[in-house]
Design a protein around this ligand. Structure first.
Ligand SMILES: NC(=O)c1ccc[n+]([C@@H]2O[C@H](COP(=O)([O-])OP(=O)(O)OC[C@H]3O[C@@H](n4cnc5c(N)ncnc54)[C@H](O)[C@@H]3O)[C@@H](O)[C@H]2O)c1
Length: 327
């Protein structure tokens, strides 16, 4: 049984806990949150020991893996401590607030041998996984151009409103837009050149729009949380290949070719955990897939090869270049 310690039981901690409860051979044995009631909610259905301060969990809990779902500005401090304790650490995205902190984590992982996965979850999201296969197989020819877009109302749910303080979260750039940037980098690598724009007035880093230019294609990546609460969250893409167009928008995943529009089927898997029967794994999005991957690697003692610490730091570095473009 793989013993999980989860630090931070807010919005993302709750999602991770639901995933672990649905992975065979995995048990949440320790939960930490300064808000006791949040840890208690996630403890339902487990025998987890509850902690307040995350550092107490790191010091005292008997765990195999530690998962850090704390506000971004705390990632580095807690990840460094966790890497001294266990051999596998999961850190939510963005890996850290600053590149320097990310590099400190890389150094620590060299010293300790600790294997770290970063929550760059889009790499594990069904539609994006399918798209990657299409691009890499060349089944529809080369990509000519593409657009990835992630738009959201302002995130007002954070503990003490930390998300809306850009000095703590990094704003929409680090919190939202980095998902698509990381995905594009994971397939296409760094562009030959790029242009990037932010809001010329108003809140900086709440809107980022970047054109990434490669030798034979151009990719636009847009992210914003400038929208009112009445606007739905949307994550969409459109990829124009030589022989077809693939679009994921409005809840539809479609392939357009010379014969018409065809729905692209995604295999559905049922949830297994107590209290989840009848639900579908896709209800847990790519979070389930990324944690299955992480737990499998930890169980077998294998290296993390997707959404690695180095990947997370590389994406953060590119994001910083976007945010400073033209400055
Ligand atoms: N992968 C994704 O799609 C995705 C989505 C949302 C958030 N996130 C990331 O997840 C992380 C957490 O975000 P969130 O939305 O869950 O935030 P949140 O505010 O909902 O939760 C953070 C929790 O940490 C607790 N906490 C703070 N300091 C603590 C400490 N020292 N010890 C123990 N508990 C402490 C708070 O009480 C709170 O419950 C962030 O890095 C965010 O960027 C990722």
């Amino acid at each position: 049984m793989l013993k999980v310690g989860l630090i931070g039981c807010g919005f993302m901690g709750a999602m991770h806990a639901n995933c672990y409860k649905n992975i065979e051979g995995v048990e949440i044995v320790a939960l930490a949150d300064l808000r006791r009631e949040k840890a208690e909610e996630l403890a339902v259905g487990t025998n987890a020991v509850l902690y307040g301060e995350g550092k107490d969990l790191i010091a005292q809990a008997d765990v195999d893996i530690i998962d850090i779902c704390l506000p971004t500005y705390l990632h580095a401090e807690y990840a460094l401590a966790a890497m001294d304790k266990v051999k596998y650490v999961f850190v939510e995205k963005p890996v850290t607030l600053t590149v320097e902190e990310g590099e400190a984590l890389l150094e620590k992982s060299k010293q300790t041998g600790c294997r770290v996965q970063v929550g760059q979850v889009i790499r594990f999201w069904d539609e994006y996984v399918e798209l990657k296969k299409m691009i890499e197989s060349g089944v529809y020819g080369k990509v000519i151009n593409a657009n990835f877009r992630r738009i959201s109302p302002r995130p007002e749910w954070g503990w003490n409103n930390w998300l809306l303080d850009q000095s703590l979260s990094g704003g929409a750039g680090q919190d939202l837009h980095i998902h698509d940037v990381d995905y594009v980098l994971s397939i296409f690598g760094e562009p030959k050149t790029f242009y990037s724009a932010k809001n010329p007035c108003g809140e900086p880093n709440s809107y980022v729009n970047t054109l990434m230019l490669y030798d034979d294609c151009v990719i636009g990546v847009e992210g914003t949380w400038d929208l009112p609460g009445t606007h739905p969250f949307e994550a969409t893409f459109r990829v124009v290949f030589e022989k077809a167009v693939v679009e994921n928008a409005g809840g539809k995943f479609l392939l357009y070719d010379k014969d018409g529009a065809h729905e692209i089927a995604i295999e559905k898997k049922e949830l297994v955990g107590e209290g989840y029967k009848g639900g579908n794994v896709s209800d847990l999005g790519g979070y389930y897939n990324e944690l299955v991957y992480f737990c499998e690697r930890a169980e077998k003692g294998e290296a993390i090869e997707n959404a690695t610490l180095a990947d997370g730091v590389a994406s953060l570095k590119f994001l910083m270049k976007e945010l400073h473009f033209g400055a």
